[in-house]
Ligand binder design. Structure first.
Ligand code: ADP
Ligand code: ADP
Length: 229
């Protein structure tokens, strides 16, 4: 059964002459525990879709469900709770706090929710057990992204949303980051949705959704998912 369901989602920014229809007739489902990659040209509506799914933006019409809860019917407070408890976010440029160590960056996030994973444990899990006292500037891009992933994982989100998580990394490092996401998803049954321009990454996805001109151009399930080495 579907974990995520978009039903005829429409998003219009602005109004009148300057209105931009960023999404229209967007319908798809994603199963629980799947890794889903969203691809498509610049301006197609990928970030808008991710922001709506993450409760960071509201929609103009249509409906969005997560685990049979109607996210599109949430009020502001429910959306804030949803962002905090259910969703983990990973961005292209890590968004770490520069004057806090890796450990402190993760602790800051885990303090926000009850029943979070201990920061040292989750940092060890992403391969940074020896580096957790370092500041972001002392870490490589791939290591900084691992901290950002650890920060997202600490609160045990049911859904991890990633916007170009490998966009600032070289190919080999990018593959390591994806292997980490794949590993974490398999271990925890966590659903992962990733926006990427990197078409090589679609081989490791369970599902690929192509967005074009504000709507779903195609959605397919991969029969043979390639483990990232
Ligand atoms: P796309 O989703 O097609 O990459 P975006 O609107 O996300 O398009 O990005 C437009 C531009 O902004 C790109 O040049 C991209 O590198 C840059 N960009 C994307 N994400 C961020 C970010 N979090 N912070 C700063 N710049 C970004
Ligand atoms: P992508 O992530 O695929 O590059 P976006 O979702 O960022 O696409 O953008 C889809 C369309 O919506 C683009 O035409 C973009 O310019 C427009 N758009 C995105 N965010 C805003 C906003 N806050 N205000 C107005 N237009 C926006």
């Amino acid at each position: 059964e579907a974990f995520i369901r978009f039903e005829n989602v429409e998003k219009i920014y602005g109004s009148g002459e300057g209105a931009v229809r960023a999404l229209h007739d967007a319908s798809f489902t994603i199963g629980k525990g799947e890794i889903c990659v969203i691809v498509g040209p610049s301006g197609a509506g990928k970030t808008t879709l991710l922001n709506i799914l993450g409760g960071m933006d509201t929609l103009t019409s249509g409906r969005v469900f997560l685990n049979d809860r109607e996210v599109s019917a949430f009020d502001r407070r429910q959306l804030a709770d949803y962002r905090r408890r259910d969703i983990g976010f990973v961005f292209q440029f890590y968004n770490l706090i520069p004057n806090l160590t890796a450990l402190e960056n993760v602790e800051l996030a885990s303090q926000i929710v009850r029943d979070s994973l201990p920061a040292p444990q989750v940092l060890t899990d992403v391969g940074l057990g020896e580096r957790m006292r370092n500041f972001p500037a002392q870490l490589s891009g791939g290591e900084q992204q691992r901290v950002a992933i650890a920060r997202a994982l600490a609160k045990k989100p049911s859904l991890l949303l990633c916007d170009e998580p490998t966009g600032a990394l070289d190919y080999a490092t990018g593959k390591q980051i994806l292997a980490l996401l794949q590993d974490q998803s398999r271990k925890n049954g966590m659903t992962v949705v990733i926006i990427t321009h990197n078409s090589a990454l679609t081989a490791m996805a369970d599902r690929v959704i192509g967005i074009r001109n504000g709507t779903v151009a195609y959605a397919r399930l991969n029969e043979h998912v390639t483990p990232v080495e």
